[in-house]
Design a protein around this ligand. Structure first.
Ligand SMILES: NC(=O)C1=CN([C@@H]2O[C@H](COP(=O)(O)OP(=O)(O)OC[C@H]3O[C@@H](n4cnc5c(N)ncnc54)[C@H](O)[C@@H]3O)[C@@H](O)[C@H]2O)C=CC1
Ligand SMILES: CCCCCC(=O)/C=C/C=C\C=C\C=C\[C@@H](O)[C@@H](O)CCCC(=O)O
Length: 257
């Protein structure tokens, strides 16, 4: 079954630039109203003005939100609802790669994402008189495999994967659909940082190979739109790599019953 994005309202965290910005653009093309949200206020306002010019002033707003701050997240949801009437779609995209400041990375990549999911449920769950909705979380292939150079980043993305799949187990009572997308390396500022910080761990040969296969932000936005529209695969992780056909990641079963 296909979920119709037209006329729906979407929040995308960390969307001033990079993958998040591209997701906003595709959601707008599909007819959604969009909340651009980020800590970077200047870039966020520029991005929003760009979108307003292309898609109309009334369809997109910028709301500043640091996902590590409870009051910012609450303000994000309440202002989005005050502006557009309801929130149907949430893309938890904000994320950093910073092994030195690993506690902040866990706060952004894991704690902030989980808190945003809880607020999505508070506002969208049919148990709370919501109309249901869709949440897509940005995990990574780093959430499905080991990595010598960015161990805490890998741990954070394993957490996103585990949390998203666990939400699926109760989605029947909430009518809020959860999926995560697990991209390979994407050509953004974050990937550039990873390249620099991994030079001590990875051979230059491997780095060159990885860089030669970088995805584009458009690839990830396309995958996110696909997940939002595909109502039949809730709870699953969607693997997006340049090496195979994009597909749902099948985790082996652990329980013998
Ligand atoms: N670039 C890559 O190779 C891959 C990225 N990802 C994930 O995709 C997501 C987006 O990454 P990129 O676009 O590559 O990075 P990016 O660095 O280009 O964009 C991230 C955005 O998040 C914002 N942000 C940072 N801290 C924030 C906070 N506390 N609250 C709200 N916003 C905040 C930044 O200001 C920035 O606009 C991240 O979750 C990342 O882990 C997943 C797989 C591959
Ligand atoms: C790993 C942090 C990078 C941030 C971007 C991201 O989220 C996605 C990265 C995509 C690919 C990374 C590949 C890394 C490969 C090496 O670390 C490799 O040596 C790991 C081998 C692991 C294995 O199980 O064979």
């Amino acid at each position: 079954m296909t979920y119709d994005i037209k006329g729906k309202t979407a929040i995308v965290t960390g969307s001033a630039r990079g993958i998040g910005k591209c997701i906003c653009s595709d959601l707008l093309k599909k007819g959604a109203n969009v909340v651009v949200s980020d800590t970077a206020e200047d870039v966020g306002n520029e991005t929003t003005a760009e979108f307003q010019k292309e898609f109309g002033e009334s369809r997109v707003v910028f709301i500043r939100c640091n996902v590590t701050k409870e009051e910012d997240l609450q303000n994000l949801y309440s202002k989005a609802i005050a502006t557009f009437g309801y929130v149907d779609i949430v893309v938890n995209n904000a994320g950093i790669l910073n092994e030195e400041n690993w506690k902040l990375m866990m706060e952004i990549n894991v704690t902030g994402l989980i808190r945003s999911c809880q607020l999505a449920l508070d506002n969208m769950s049919t148990k709370n008189k919501g109309k249901g909705g869709v949440v897509v979380n940005l995990a990574s292939v780093a959430g499905l495999m080991a990595g010598e150079g960015s161990k805490v980043y890998h741990a954070s993305k394993h957490a996103v994967y585990g949390y998203t799949r666990s939400q699926y187990l109760t989605q029947g009572t909430d009518n809020v659909r959860f999926n995560c997308v697990c991209p390979f390396l994407v050509d953004t500022a974050l990937a550039q940082d990873w390249d620099n910080s991994n030079r001590t761990f990875l051979t230059s040969d491997l780095i060159e190979k990885l860089k030669a296969h970088m995805l584009k932000t458009e690839d990830i936005a396309e995958a996110v739109i696909f997940l939002i529209e595909d109502e039949s695969n809730a709870g699953k992780a969607y693997l997006v790599t340049p090496f195979q056909k994009w597909d749902y990641y099948e985790q082996p079963s652990v329980l013998p019953f």
